[in-house]
Design a protein. Sequence first.
Length: 425
Amino acid sequence: MRWSCLFLACHLIGCGSSPAADVAVDASSDSGADACGPAFDSTELPAETTVTLATCTPSGFALRSGGGSLTTIDDTHTRWTLGKAPVVNTVQGYGPTYYYSTGDSIQPTWLTTVRATLAKPYATESFGDVHDFLSAQKNDGSTEDCAFAPDGKLTMGVPGGLIQLGPDGKSSAMKLTGEPLVAPLGLFYDKTGILWVADSKGPALRSVSLAGEVTTVVSSDGTQNLVMPNDVVSNDGKSVYFTDSCLGEVLFVKDGKVMDVAKFDLAKEGGANGVALDPDGKSLWVTTENTGLLCQSKGVGPEAPISGLYRFELLPTGFGKRTDIAVNQGLFGDGLTFDSEGNLYVIFDREANFALTESSVWILAKGDTKLVKFLTANDRVFANPVFGKGAFGETQLYLALLAVPGFTDPSARGLMRFNVGIKGL
């Protein structure tokens, strides 16, 4: 059956008249039958499909999830276009308010839910002048991560320091004092405005104050020196989580001290790369990557597709139970982030014969266990995703690019973006 346009109708005894006083209307009902909502029980439709919601009495609708759009046709017909992301799309319907002889009133409501599917991943668009700016500065290195500063600018890590972009995409150097930043791979602004930096060639976890002063926080896991800090995240500025890919570790730092360390098997699982806290802050999500070439790790096949996605329960003392979400996803796992609806966006790269075949953003829809490919490129390497703020567009997903010798052209650095239609956290 073709779903290019689906007409949805509801049937209700006494349709068009007020319900009898002894008819119970469940205002939180999902079925909508008694509430005169659409009798719609399809579980899946292609992303961006448009359907018409029809009701037997004047009704209204409001988007609740999925990032789609609603267009009112008349009092009983509304056009609903699903969002682009392969996630759950939900609209809430509400009918006319009914008044009883007792003076009480009730307004029937219902939910209509559809999961959007995606047959072909989307492409992204370039944003900003990062490559040209760095070339003019004679900086030949790669970009890696990005994060939004308290003043609304987009901060990016580049070899030897940081740059910032405005909503117009124009780049400028960020003035820093204190200790040097050598190769900032991971960036994260906490709620207090402090920028946390995983400096891979420091190698150290560093912080940057609001005034731009760089300070080293941690340079050891407590038993050995750090080798390649990669990504970092924090919830309150006191509890910080960061990875060291070559050590295969995720580290929990509190008040400047390493409190706990979780380790991965480099040969079977890869080394920890990206980190993200889920919306409620109770779990830490981690990607891994093959460290055979990156770190010259012994016993690691350089083309073994061992990258994966994992979740750790968080305890006041550190890491709790680990859950393996997706394994053997490709050569490299990289950055990840959540949107405001709890959907996870995660990057994996795949290769064949030491040549890039694809770099993709996958979505793990809230409550799901299966990744779905969402965005893809074969001439760029996606590194880290972040949702826009303010004038950058809150539904725009920005992707920092990684220029990798042998995989991409040196000019394949900077930023890409895509309008997901759903706001970030």
